[in-house]
Design a protein around this ligand. Structure first.
Ligand code: SAM
Ligand code: SF4
Length: 348
């Protein structure tokens, strides 16, 4: 795929520690969310519109690989592949293999993660693990096939997603994380059932507060099931205990059950924002940097490549863009304006 040799892939750009990516608020940028397509085979109500064709934006995989290599040379340590639905790209295992051959600024292997809807995961879990994937998150919004179908607007995928989760575990991608976006009136009755699911399937279930990033503009505060409410409901399933974060910029608040079986995470960007320790930047599938999910600006990194820019030109552009990273999002503030692009186009 790439014309670079293994030795060149392993060669960092040899920048100094002072060049390590940091925004003007002092936050170290160590985490790149890399969207490799904005196509999707689902139409989740909280993300995509229920109807209409949408134009496809995809770059050659070699371009994403080059962009990733430049970010890794600047202090990024984790790359999460996302979309749209990333498993729709045929050559995904080859991209993972290429990323795994790269080196971070400190000379280590990058941590490569993937977020998927799981529909095609049963067949791909093992090749992805073999290619070097470290971790996987599967989105699943109900433990009930009918509710699942209503939310994803796909009639018969529930069993496939479940098989995908089990295949990921069997391939050694544990701990598998299962993301569930809760929406009042749609799947808020699934909290207790997911707690049991986490314990039975030995996965980490993570509830996510619904954010105003959907194409259909249905978001309202009333639809958000908040962290406090989720914690209260989990308490009815069993004694839950808060667990320490795995790392400083972890977005999920972690909870375990007193008997040690099952783990729950709650990601609460609406009721308990975590912008102060945000370590992320995003690259959209058309090669634009997004410094925040709620940015109103795209920064055209791929434009630099198209015009024949060098890796150093790209690094300089990344540095100046990261400097513009927003201090925080403004969901719920008076005058909040929803970004023009939806989650499916930004990359979650
Ligand atoms: N298609 C893949 C999937 O669904 O896992 C990857 C892309 S999806 C945009 C990434 C994550 O964003 C998913 O876990 C999804 O549930 C979450 N997401 C999408 N729209 C959201 C919204 N409006 N609020 C909160 N989370 C959202
Ligand atoms: Fe597709 Fe993922 Fe968005 Fe659902 S959440 S529509 S699976 S991109």
């Amino acid at each position: 795929m790439s014309t670079l040799t293994i030795a060149e892939l392993e060669q960092p750009l040899l920048q100094t520690q002072q060049d390590r990516l940091r925004d003007k608020f002092g936050r170290a940028i160590t985490d790149l969310r890399l969207s490799i397509t904005d196509r999707c085979n689902f139409r989740c109500v909280y993300c995509r519109s229920g109807q209409g064709a949408t134009p496809v934006h995809e770059l050659p995989m070699a371009d994403y690989a080059r962009i990733a290599r430049v970010f890794l040379s600047m202090g990024v340590e984790k790359i999460r592949l996302t979309g749209g639905e990333p498993l729709l790209r045929n050559d995904l295992p080859a991209l993972v293999e290429e990323l795994y051959a790269m080196r971070t600024m400190d000379g280590g292997r990058p941590d490569i993660a993937l977020t998927t809807n799981g529909h095609m995961l049963a067949e791909l879990a093992e090749p992805l693990k073999k290619a070097g994937l470290s971790r996987i998150t599967v989105s699943m919004d109900a433990v009930d096939p009918e509710i699942f179908a209503r939310i994803t607007r796909v009639p018969r995928s529930y069993d496939r997603v479940l098989a995908g989760i089990r295949a990921a575990k069997a391939a050694g991608l544990a701990p598998v994380k299962v993301n569930c976006v809760l929406m009042r009136g749609w799947n808020d009755d699934q909290v207790e059932r997911f707690a049991e699911f986490a314990r039975e399937e030995d996965v980490v279930v993570r509830f996510i507060e619904f954010m105003p990033l959907e194409e259909d503009k249905v978001w309202s505060r009333d639809l958000v099931v908040t962290l406090d409410e989720i914690v209260e409901r989990l308490g009815k399933v069993g004694d839950i205990v808060p667990l320490p974060p795995n790392f400083a910029s972890e977005t999920a608040r972690r909870y375990g059950f007193a008997d040690g079986r099952g783990e729950i995470g709650i990601i609460a960007p609406v009721s308990h924002p975590f912008c102060g320790h945000c370590s992320r930047v995003r690259l959209t599938s058309d090669g634009k940097i997004r410094t925040c999910l709620f940015s109103h600006l795209d920064h055209d990194l791929h434009g630099i490549m198209r015009r024949g820019g060098t890796d150093e030109d790209m690094a300089a552009y990344i540095k100046q863009t990261v400097d513009k990273k927003e201090e925080r999002h403004h969901i719920g503030d008076v005058g909040f304006i929803k970004p023009a692009r939806a989650m499916v186009q930004i990359g979650g």
